[in-house]
Structures are given as structure tokens and as C-alpha cells.
Design a protein around this ligand. Structure first.
Ligand code: ADP
Ligand code: ZN
Length: 517
């Protein structure tokens, strides 16, 4: 089967699947009948759009919302995918163009409003053009007892039979009755492969820690888990090698893994990891696909992952056996600067870059969360939950303080120096430090000079990092990473909004099990 990862990246611009997507994509692509229940915002559309590209022929997508269909068609076309819609909103010319593209075999995705099924002619035409899959969005509309009942949805079952192709149904409505009705009406009672699982992996302990002395933090984390299998993810190939060496010197059985290694050497590591107990693999994200060792006891990130999706996927390699597993993700201002620069310097079009920044913000929000991390993580994927009792913030609730004044002082230091400086120099200004740079620039004459002595350097660093994490300030790659204020900071500066930050952000890595150091 075609590999989905390149399409995921090149067409959709995503670096990882969201929870649940990979399994659904695989089943739909393989031609199974599928019923998938995912929360709203969880990423359902990818689960039929990606298989549509992987399969021969055209995929018919039935959806009740014309505006949504048009959005999706536009987005697909912008990504270079040939897609069209047949809805009552079309002009006759548009409709003709869609049919012509279909006849030519040019279309990969055809969106259709259910009303179109009412005239028998559509079925006849669809039969001729090589439909290979039917995807039904908002499948609960078939339920006569639901609020969203659409009588034309009842015709979908007949369409499936007439075309003799697999059907994939998607909905966010999880109650049993609706599910049963979908199975009866759309699948003629033959049970489809069903995907209904929460995304939570409750046995995985979640923790983040500010990068302090990263190598020491990773070594301590591993030392407290001696003899257990674990993975350390690093941002660069070079780092995998140096960290693996440091771990080996510290008495662990450890090796490195990255995409620059010979295929043969990589295979050796993969085999060792699956067979041996207690091996630590220090790797780039190249390590993971196809690795399904059930008893990985821990995953650590020496550098911040790319997105919240990547984070979830990577920590998800721990504890597949359901037994307790631990994770720790290190992050610091340098990571944020690097990830922002990667996005800004990438070749992606502007909308996609904006989406990438937003996804990075979501991960940073998780890193700097004030309450239960799992709750925040699941909420991002559309799932509601209570405090989990199995994350660092549930273990030790962070102390927060009203940072409105501190943030205003920091913003004012940024603006008074015309957004040309990084956190280090800005902190020197706030603390009233006597440095050459400050004297040379005359920054000791600024009204903000020395107004921040209520905090020390470390605390200011935490404030600046959290401001970056909240996207109140962003490093500008065209100004050597100088911090610039974002729109989000304006209300705080104007005194229209307040902000709480964590006091203790520079915390030591996570709880330590059995062994105390
Ligand atoms: P729904 O399940 O409500 O139909 P969508 O398919 O519209 O959700 O997806 C919700 C959002 O999630 C969209 O903004 C989409 O771009 C984003 N998304 C979907 N899959 C991924 C992924 N693998 N990585 C990152 N973002 C994703
Ligand atoms: Zn929690």
C-alpha cells in the first residue's frame, strides 16, 4: 500500500496523524466498511480525504452542509487535489464542469448534497465513472429520531448497493441508538468496522519541564528508570549521538537512531529495541513508524516537538501494554525560536504557516498549562474530561501569580527599544544591569530601566518564556530573533486584560519513582 505519510505532509501540511486518524485511514484505504465516531474538531475529513487520494477512482462524499462542502473543495483544490461539488448552490456551468471532469476520470473527490440522490439519474451516472468509495459525513443525519434528520440520507444505503463499493460513515454522535440506526440504514445491518475510542491513554503520565540543564535533566530522568526500555526524542541528528554516548557512559544500554544512518544500521537498532529489555534509543522523529513494542516504559523529549499532534504521537509510543508509563518533555525559549523559524522559513503558503503557528501555540499552551495537562490535551482534540490525577500538574498544582504588571513592564521594554532586542538584553534593562551594551545604546536612560527589580533574572526568564508560550511576543527571524509584540498582547498593554503566569516554571524534572537521587 502507498505510504500515507508523504501525502499527509505534502498535500495536507500535517506532520503527524491526530489520535485515531491513522487506524481509520488505514481501514478506509483498505476498502473496509467503516463507522468512525470522532469528536467535533477531531479531524474527520482527513479520514476520507486521504484515503480518497490513496485509492483508484473517485470518492463520493455526502455531506449535509453546503458551505462546509464548498470550503473543503476550495481547500483541496488549493492543495492541488482535483475536487468538485454538486449542490443546489452550483451554477449550471459549475455543475456541467463537475460532470465533465468526472467523465474524464479527473476527479478524486466529489462532494454531493444528499438531495442529489433523490433524482435517480445521479446514481446511473455515478455508476459509469468509477466510484471507489462513498464517504458519509455527519452520518447521524440518517437517524429519524435525531435533531438533524435528513430524509435524503435514507437513500445512501441504496446508492452503496447500486455502486457496490465500500462506505465510510463519520459522526461525532456517539450514543448507541444512533450508531445502531446508522448500521441498519447505511450498511444494511452488516456491522462495519467501528472506531469509537476516546483518545485518552490514561496510563501515560504527562509532564513538561523547562529546559534548565537539558543533558542533566535527561540523565536524571533515565537514571530514575534504570533497566526500563525508553525513547529519547531529539531535535537534531547530532544530538542523538552525543546523548546516546552520555547515557552509555552513565551505565545505560543506549544507542542512537536517525534518518542519516544506513538502512541496515537502523534495522539493527529496531530489532534490538523490540527484542531487548531496557534499551534506550535516542532518536529523531525518524524512529517510530512501525515500532510497536508494547512495553516501552518511558518517552522523553530532549527538545520540544513540532506540534501537539507530533507530541501526542510520540508520547503514545509509551505504555501500549496499558501498564504505567512516564513521559517528560523539555522545552525552552530556544525551542520556541527554532520552531517559529522553521515555520517562517518554510516554503508553505501563508495560510498554512499561520495554521502551523497556531498548532505550535497549542503545544506551548500545553507546556505552560496552569491546570491538568491531560484535560488541556484532550480538549485540544475535542474531548472533554476531568482532572486526570496522572500528570505533573495534578501531582503538584502550579503556583500562579497575577503577572499583569510584569508582562506590561516586559512589553514596555520591548517597545521602548523598538522591538530590536532579545530576552537577555531586555531583562538586563528591566533589572537595571550595568552592561556595555546598555551603556552603548543609552538604554540606562529609558524609563523602563531598572523597573523590574522585584524579580531576579531567572524569574524574568520564566516570564519571557511564558510570554512566548502564550504568543504575546514572537522572535522575529529577520531581526536575529529579536522579540516583537503580537496582537494578542495589546489588550494587556492597554490595561484591558489581566494575565496569570506560573511562578515556578523553572521546576525540576517530574516526580521520581522508586530511586531517589
Ligand atoms: P471535524 O472532525 O470536526 O470534521 P476537521 O476535519 O474539520 O474536523 O478538522 C478539524 C481541524 O483539525 C482542522 O483545522 C484540520 O486542519 C485540523 N487537523 C486535522 N487533522 C490534522 C492533523 N493530522 N494534524 C494537524 N491538524 C489536523
Ligand atoms: Zn492531570
Amino acid at each position: 500500500m502507498l505510504d500515507a505519510a508523504p501525502l499527509l505532509r505534502d498535500v495536507f501540511g500535517f506532520d503527524a496523524f491526530r489520535p485515531g486518524q491513522a487506524e481509520i485511514v488505514e481501514a478506509v484505504t483498505a476498502g473496509e466498511n467503516v463507522l468512525a465516531i470522532m469528536p467535533t474538531g477531531g479531524g474527520k475529513s482527513l479520514c476520507f480525504q486521504l484515503p480518497a487520494l490513496m485509492r483508484e477512482g473517485v470518492t463520493v462524499v455526502i455531506s449535509p452542509l453546503i458551505a462546509l462542502m464548498r470550503d473543503q473543495v476550495r481547500a483541496l483544490q488549493e492543495a492541488g487535489v482535483s475536487a468538485g461539488a454538486l449542490t443546489s448552490g452550483n451554477t449550471p456551468e459549475e455543475t456541467d464542469a463537475v460532470w465533465e471532469a468526472l467523465e474524464r476520470g479527473d476527479l478524486k473527490l466529489l462532494y454531493m448534497a444528499p438531495e442529489r440522490l433523490a433524482s435517480g439519474s445521479a446514481t446511473g451516472m455515478l455508476r459509469r465513472v468509477g466510484v471507489s468509495l462513498i464517504a458519509v459525513d455527519e452520518a447521524h443525519c440518517v437517524s429519524q429520531w435525531g435533531h438533524d434528520f435528513r430524509p435524503d440520507y435514507l437513500r445512501i444505503g441504496a446508492l452503496r448497493q447500486a455502486l457496490g463499493v465500500p462506505l465510510a460513515a463519520f459522526t461525532a454522535t456517539a450514543d448507541l441508538e444512533t450508531r445502531e440506526e446508522i448500521v441498519t440504514k447505511l450498511f444494511d445491518g452488516a456491522a462495519p468496522r467501528s472506531f469509537l475510542h476516546g483518545f485518552d491513554r490514561p496510563n501515560i503520565h504527562l509532564a513538561f519541564a523547562a529546559k534548565d540543564s537539558p543533558r542533566r535533566q535527561i540523565l536524571d530522568f533515565a537514571a530514575a528508570r534504570r533497566g526500563q526500555s525508553g525513547i529519547v526524542y531529539c531535535g537534531t541528528r547530532a544530538k542523538t549521538e552525543t546523548l546516546a554516548r552520555a547515557l552509555t557512559e552513565d551505565g545505560h544500554s543506549a544507542c542512537h537512531y536517525h534518518g542519516g544512518m544506513e538502512a541496515e544500521d537502523r534495522r539493527i537498532v529496531e530489532t534490538r529495541f523490540s527484542r531487548e529489555d531496557g534499551l534506550i534509543v535516542v532518536a529523531t522523529i525518524a524512529f517510530g513508524m512501525g515500532i510497536d513494542k508494547p512495553d516501552v516504559r518511558w518517552v522523553a523529549h530532549a527538545d520540544l516537538p513540532k506540534s501537539i499532534e507530533a507530541y501526542y504521537q510520540e508520547i503514545g509510543r509509551a505504555g501500549r501494554d496499558g501498564a504505567p508509563a512516564e513521559t517528560m518533555t523539555l522545552f525552552g525559549p530556544e525551542d520556541i525560536r527554532l520552531r517559529r523559524a522553521q515555520i517562517d522559513e518554510g516554503l508553505a503558503p501563508p495560510e498554512r504557516r499561520a495554521a502551523d503557528h497556531a498548532r505550535l501555540n497549542a503545544l506551548l499552551g500545553l507546556a505552560e498549562a496552569l491546570g491538568c495537562r491531560r484535560k488541556a490535551l484532550l480538549a485540544y482534540f475535542g474531548e472533554e474530561s476531568d482532572d486526570c490525577g496522572n500528570c505533573d500538574l495534578c501531582d503538584t498544582p502550579p503556583e500562579v501569580f497575577d503577572a499583569t504588571t510584569a508582562v506590561r513592564k516586559a512589553l514596555s521594554a520591548i517597545l521602548r527599544t523598538e522591538e530590536w532586542f532579545g530576552a537577555g538584553h531586555l531583562i538586563d534593562i528591566l533589572l537595571g544591569a550595568d552592561t556595555d551594551k546598555i551603556r552603548a545604546r543609552g538604554h540606562d536612560q529609558l524609563p523602563t530601566y531598572g523597573v523590574g527589580t522585584e524579580y531576579d533574572k531567572r524569574q524574568w526568564q520564566a516570564v519571557f518564556r511564558q510570554m512566548m508560550g502564550r504568543d504575546l511576543v514572537r522572535p522575529d527571524p529577520d531581526r536575529h530573533g529579536a522579540l516583537r509584540m503580537t496582537e494578542a498582547a495589546r489588550p494587556i498593554l492597554r490595561g484591558e486584560a489581566e494575565i496569570a503566569l506560573r511562578r515556578d516554571s523553572i521546576r525540576k524534572a517530574t516526580r521520581t519513582p522508586a530511586v531517589k537521587t
